[in-house]
Design a protein around this ligand. Sequence first.
Ligand code: KG4
Ligand code: ZN
Length: 383
Amino acid sequence: MKILAIETSCDDTCIAIIEAQKNKELDFNILSEIVSSQIEIHKKWGGIWPTLAKRAHQKNLIPVLQTVIRKAKGIKKVSLKKIKKTQKQVLKKILIKEPELLNNILEFVEKSKKPKVDAIAITIGPGLEPCLWVGINFARALSFLWNVPLIPVNHIEAHIYVNLLNNKKFRFPAIALIVSGGHTQLIYIKKQKDYKIIGETRDDAAGECLDKIARILGLGYPGGPIIAKKAEKLKKKTIGISLPRPMIYSKDYDFSFSGLKTAVLYDFKKRSSSFQKNKNYIREMCFEAQQAIIDVLIKKTIKAAKDFRVKSIILGGGVSANKELQNQLSKKVREQLQDCALYIPPVRYCTDNAVMTAIAAYFHRKEKKSWQKIKAIANLKLD
Ligand code: KG4
Ligand code: ZN
């Protein structure tokens, strides 16, 4: 089965084509994939502006798709007949809110070849509503013009399923920790597709907290990888910065990170302007902030894994690209949960991508839908 996937839930324009082969084990071949980052656009604001992100998706989707199709190996590509007037009218309706896409899609569809895929996977939520819609309307237009069904995908489920690359299989029950710029959730997975969100952040997501701290410290965007780099450079703690570990001893599986960001802000404000730029101060602050987040994430994940007696822990989302989080969690699992498998995606599939969307769609391959039936659900829940 060949799947073309589109993911625009946040600030990356992602398209991929994968092939799922069911031999003895499930095997996914990635035929082509692109993640077109908008970091340059959002960098100056220190965070994502949904309207700017939507506009960038409109601009990027066709060139990204063109390149993905051109690069895809091992796939048939067919030319299409000229688009009829009646089809153009339907298309106009589908893309009424995406004028830039509408202008370019007719030319694209007539000039480019259609890849022979069995379905188009599309992220319908959770995510930024304007961003979700632009991807969805593009997918609906392609579905209509190419006559290929759509498979709606939950973005969080995609972050979980990407762990099944390279012939892997989950052992259930499992706990998934999904940590990104938009989400921090602990999910109990009893069996395939049987989810229960057991804990989540009450305010900021972990990645959002890192992004805001980086902005306070004047380090740029996205915060997570920059803070990780600065933290790595710390040789010894000399200033004695000590930040809170919010909710670390609470009996539930919830998180809260906005207080941590405020604690950083207070500390930063009380320093002199020259000290605020001091290399050692920045490094120690980054180290301490990152460690505070890691401590809470690990404590709650291990607690959930023990309480629910799971066989696997699954990581996903942009923050799971953090090497310290990966290493410290691996160590804790080895020490305290010897019979538990730990799944961590390859770094490039921790952050948003369309390969994960395609894999998740494969597990919902029987739930194909016509383009009229698909809409964005910004707060889509997994359970
Ligand atoms: O999953 P993702 O690409 O997009 C969302 O769905 O939000 O996650 C982006 C988030 C950003 O907040 C970014 O700062 C964080 O993931 N991030 C990291 C790392 N790489 C990205 N956080 C910590 N360490 C990293 N290496
Ligand atoms: Zn994500």
